[in-house]
Design a protein around this ligand. Structure first.
Ligand code: ME8
Length: 635
């Protein structure tokens, strides 16, 4: 990441619904990303806000018996308060009913009108009031809006149109020349997919006879601006386009990135770039698209009704735990399913156990055996060096993951490091060393390693778990966190360390108290919970043939395997080097998870996972009882 300035926007939320889990997840992702970039020392600017015009809001306000402005004031305030309580570190909050925004929308409309980019015409089409847009025949599913699953309305009227169709070829070329413009790639492909159909011109107005609640067109006061044309412009009106310093430094200089949910891909991936291009305004740098949170498999959002108040669970379990779950459980770009059970599973396994226990054990030992100070370490042995090496790996992996907004990968890498430190505590057994005065030197080294681990952990988790990070920092002589301080050895010997306990208290499930102790599987969401068959079906298991195998240099545990799955040849890195010689595996048929996201292990990209059973230190690869070709499905 060479770019040291970072302007990130969230969508502006419609004020027809109170903030819910989906909105909160979106704002939390944006916040975690911005906190991370600030830790890197980058100049960061985070914008969020509310989208307050349109049919939808006018109708909701009418139902509530209040004016649209009064309605918008109330819900917009609810978003601001909610974000403040969630600790979202936005630098500005824009509302589309503010004069600073309206002026820019009108200036851009006028500019496009003067340039002949807008014309008056008639159009009839199927309209979704929920999405505030027309749907093409191809997009309509069973006569309904694919997003809201509600019938569409046929609307025919005279309106102003933006000549979007003429930019179809230009946009395709831009996407082809800039493969990273929309990420993950599936969404870039989706936009290229839309663009295989002829692109229509965009109706950018609504007659006042039908809708009053909008920004009047500067060239025809009988019309108001279509909500998307109004809303998208918030990203630059908030910066004081065209003359504001922020606009020049953040937008015009090419540092803008958007974070959106997949439902609003088309307005951001098609309308917005063509609008900008037609108005002679530079484009954003990158569009980052996340999937949807569902509840129990159903869709959750907007006017569908199955909406969760973001705070119900944050108040119950704490902001950090809520942030952690949302960031850890969603693979960026894909949908994720929310359940309190899975939430509590993660809280207990990852937060209470892996992190909370480590912090309380380590600080207690430093206080009890080290007198409340990080001792001066003696000579490091291999076990100590493994911890510092693991930190380097984790910091690198986190940085790589954050470049792609892959929060789940970043957290998995941090938890790898926590695993290394937890195993180090067990293996080095400071409580035994403390009994033998002759081992004082070794004990000091171990206690220093623990104190230093806590210091770096507080930096690593700061963007994701800011409250817990601050508590650890206070207890372990930490300064303001910076990624630059992730270098091993930064903690001065003699630094004071205090006990920390109860960072994340365990939650006992109300319905089915489960006796999950420390032995529960690492990183599993709800270790003993039963899962529906559909969850299992998401895992694609296949037979693979090993074509070649070699040890991964500098790793005791890893083998690099080249395997054939069907016709496809791929690399899988497997932690089986202590149990198998690579040569003995060639030609064997094994079972692999074929649809895992790629992961980098010791710099090698692994595409899949080998299945093996283990028991008390012994490990056995799964093999077939009868020969079947590679690629065969396992179920
Ligand atoms: O679309 N899971 O506003 P909005 C994940 N005003 N994200 C979700 C979600 C869910 N279940 N539900 C909503 C709008 N979101 C427009 C945006 S931008 C110029 C105008 C996300 O309040 C959704 O994907 O309906 C979107 O990115 C954001 O919340 C705002 O949704």
């Amino acid at each position: 990441m060479a770019d040291r300035t970072f302007y990130l926007t969230t969508p502006i939320y419609y004020v027809n619904a109170r903030p819910h889990l989906g909105h909160a997840a979106n704002a939390i992702m944006a916040d975690a990303m911005c906190r991370y970039r600030r830790l890197r020392g980058d100049r960061v600017y985070l914008l969020t806000g509310t989208d307050e015009h349109g049919d939808n809001i006018a109708q909701t306000a009418a139902k509530a018996g209040v004016s649209p402005q009064a309605y918008a004031d109330e819900i917009s305030a609810a978003f601001r308060d909610t974000w403040r309580r969630l600790g979202i570190t936005n630098d500005d909050f824009i509302r589309t009913t503010e004069p600073r925004h309206k002026a820019v929308v009108q200036a851009i409309l006028q500019k496009l009108y003067d340039a002949g980019e807008i014309y008056f015409g008639e159009y009839g089409g199927w309209y979704c009031y929920g999405c505030e847009r027309f749907y093409t025949e191809k997009e309509i599913v069973d006569g309904k809006c694919p997003d809201h699953q509600r019938p569409l309305s046929f609307i025919k009227e005279k309106n102003y149109f933006f000549k979007m169709s003429k930019y179809q070829g230009w946009l395709i070329k831009h996407l082809e020349d800039n493969p990273g413009f929309i990420q993950p790639a599936r969404y870039r492909n989706e936009v290229l997919g839309f663009l295989r159909e002829p692109l229509q011109d965009l109706s950018i107005s609504r007659p006042k006879t039908r809708l009053q609640w909008g920004i009047p067109l500067p060239f025809d006061d009988q019309y108001v601006t279509y909500v998307w044309f109004d809303a998208l412009i918030n990203y630059i009106s908030a910066l004081g386009y065209p003359d504001g310093t922020l606009y020049k430094e953040l937008w015009a200089a090419g540092h803008a990135e958007h974070l959106i949910g997949k439902d609003i891909l088309k307005p951001h991936g098609v309308y917005w770039p063509t609008m900008l291009h037609a108005a002679g305004i530079p484009l954003y740098r990158r569009l980052n698209v996340h999937g949807y949170w569902t509840i129990g498999g159903g869709k959750m959002s907007k006017s569908i009704g199955n909406v969760v108040e973001a705070f119900q669970l944050t108040d119950k379990y704490g902001h950090d735990a809520f942030r952690y779950f949302l960031l850890r459980e969603m693979t960026f770009g894909l949908d994720a399913s929310f359940s309190e059970e899975a939430f509590v599973g993660r809280l207990n396994a990852d937060l209470a156990n892996d992190l909370g226990n480590l912090v309380s054990r380590a600080t207690a030992m430093i206080v009890n055996f080290g007198g409340g100070h990080a001792p001066r370490p003696g000579a490091a042995i291999e076990e100590d060096r493994a911890v510092s090496a693991a930190l380097g790996e984790a910091a690198r992996a986190v940085d790589e993951a954050m470049e792609d907004f892959a929060f789940q990968r970043a957290l998995a890498a941090i938890w790898e490091f926590l695993g290394v430190v937890n195993r180090y505590v067990d293996a080095s057994a400071p409580w035994t060393l403390a009994k033998d005065p002759a081992k004082r030197d070794r004990l000091d080294t171990v206690l220093y390693t623990l104190a230093e681990s806590l210091r770096v952990i507080s930096i690593l988790i700061d963007a994701f778990l800011p409250d817990a990070a601050a508590k650890i920092r206070t207890a372990v002589a930490g300064n303001a966190p910076r990624l630059a301080d992730l270098r091993w050895g930064g903690l001065a010997p003699g630094a004071a360390v205090q006990k920390v306990s109860g960072l994340f208290p365990r939650v006992e499930a109300e319905k089915s108290p489960s006796p999950q102790g420390k032995e529960q599987g690492e990183g599993s969401a709800a270790p003993n919970a039963r899962i529906p068959i559909d969850e299992f079906r998401k895992v694609e298991l296949r037979v693979a043939e090993v074509l070649a195998g070699e040890r991964v240099p500098k790793s005791k545990k890893l083998l690099k395997l080249t395997v054939k799955v069907g016709e496809e040849v791929r690399t899988i890195v497997a932690g089986i080097a202590e149990h198998y010689e690579p040569e003995t595996l060639v030609g064997r048929k094994i079972v692999v998870v074929a649809n895992l996201e790629p992961a980098k292990l010791m710099g090698i990209e692994s595409n899949g996972m080998v299945l093996a059973a283990s028991h008390e230190g012994s490990l056995a690869l799964l093999s077939l009882e009868k020969d079947l070709p590679p690629g065969s499905k396992v179920s």
